[in-house]
Design a binder for this molecule. Structure first.
Ligand SMILES: NC(=O)c1ccc[n+]([C@@H]2O[C@H](COP(=O)([O-])OP(=O)(O)OC[C@H]3O[C@@H](n4cnc5c(N)ncnc54)[C@H](OP(=O)(O)O)[C@@H]3O)[C@@H](O)[C@H]2O)c1
Length: 295
């Protein structure tokens, strides 16, 4: 069995480690040179030489291709991905956002693509090692492709759960991460800002807007979801950040279309007024523009 991991960043490292017992069959793909696998989890550092393929060329015979890219990487990556897949390849998409199959549908049958929700906070530390901060978890839709993929994973490391209402789970994650992420990334501050009731009120409004869109999109959001999220935010450690804040502070592109951007777009489609998410996606777009000019 030949397995490809496409995108050897933070999540590519976590997934590769979870497939450790298939190591002999793994091929790695990355835009820039990656010749070392370095993942730290707790006190353990796993280091191995790897040879990531960086030059786009056709390679046949993949049974699985696991795509670990950010939402905004897809446009440039697709021509290469097309060279690696056939009608027999099963493609696992690991990224934030909604409609994970969308960018691949012109080239693949929907039944070949597995959507996922990953919870695996991982960032590169000052030694250039990807550091996984909590035990990783993967949620999958309850179908036969997911069961096959679950069987590839070392679940002592990465726990996998199949869920019936995958869409609702995707929305639950999105509502929280987009609403909290927008407040932190736009203020440039960590969760200490939730000490201020005015910020809590804004958070509540962002959540309410997102819930309206989620429900119209078919998600079954429980009636006390907003209260649950607010209580959770008030208990976060003051220094807790978010991936959007980290991206902003480090001058990296923020994944807007996997967060406020997709909520804003669907709000327009369903004709629901969501001024705060619209404002967030426009302003975060300016943050991205300014960062790209500085890079
Ligand atoms: N990191 C986390 O804690 C975390 C947690 C949960 C979910 N997620 C989600 O998981 C997804 C992946 O995130 P990540 O943190 O792993 O991102 P990342 O660290 O930036 O990794 C992306 C990798 O893809 C490579 N890449 C980009 N464009 C490519 C192309 N055209 N061809 C080949 N390789 C390409 C990049 O190469 P370069 O080395 O050249 O940049 C990089 O190594 C995102 O949607 C993110 O939101 C992340």
């Amino acid at each position: 069995m030949k397995i490809g991991v496409f995108g050897m960043g933070a999540i590519g490292h976590v997934i590769t480690h979870s497939l450790g017992h298939h190591e002999a069959d793994l091929l790695f793909f990355n835009r820039s040179l990656k010749d070392e696998f370095r993942l730290k989890f707790g006190k353990i550092i796993i280091e191995n030489p790897i040879e990531a393929i960086t030059i786009p060329r056709p390679i046949n015979g993949f049974e699985w291709l696991i795509v670990c890219l950010k939402e905004y990487h897809y446009e440039k990556a697709i021509p290469w991905l097309q060279k690696l897949v056939s009608a027999k390849t099963k493609v696992v998409v690991i990224r934030n956002g909604l409609d994970l199959k969308g960018p691949l549908l012109p080239y693949l049958n929907p039944s070949q693509i597995l959507e996922t929700i990953i919870d695996a906070p991982t960032q590169m530390n000052s030694d250039g090692v990807y550091e996984l901060l909590r035990s990783p978890k993967l949620l999958l839709p309850d179908n036969s492709l997911a069961t096959e993929f679950q069987n590839l994973i070392n679940q002592d490391f990465l726990s996998v759960r199949l869920v019936e209402d995958f869409k609702t789970k995707q929305w639950e994650k999105l509502i929280e991460s987009a609403s909290l992420g927008a407040l932190l990334a736009l203020s440039g501050e960590t969760c200490w800002i939730f000490e201020d009731e005015k910020v809590v009120a804004l958070y509540g409004q962002l959540i309410e807007e997102a819930i309206q869109v989620a429900q119209k999109d078919g998600a079954l959001i429980v009636s006390n979801f907003k209260t649950q999220l607010i209580e959770k935010a008030k208990k976060y450690p003051p220094e807790k950040g978010s991936s959007m804040l980290t991206d902003r502070l480090s001058g990296r592109q923020i994944e807007i279309d996997a967060k406020s951007g997709v909520i804003s777009r669907l709000g327009k489609r369903y004709q629901i007024s969501i001024p705060l998410h619209d404002l967030g996606s426009v302003l975060l777009g300016k943050v991205n523009k300014a960062a790209s000019m500085e890079r």
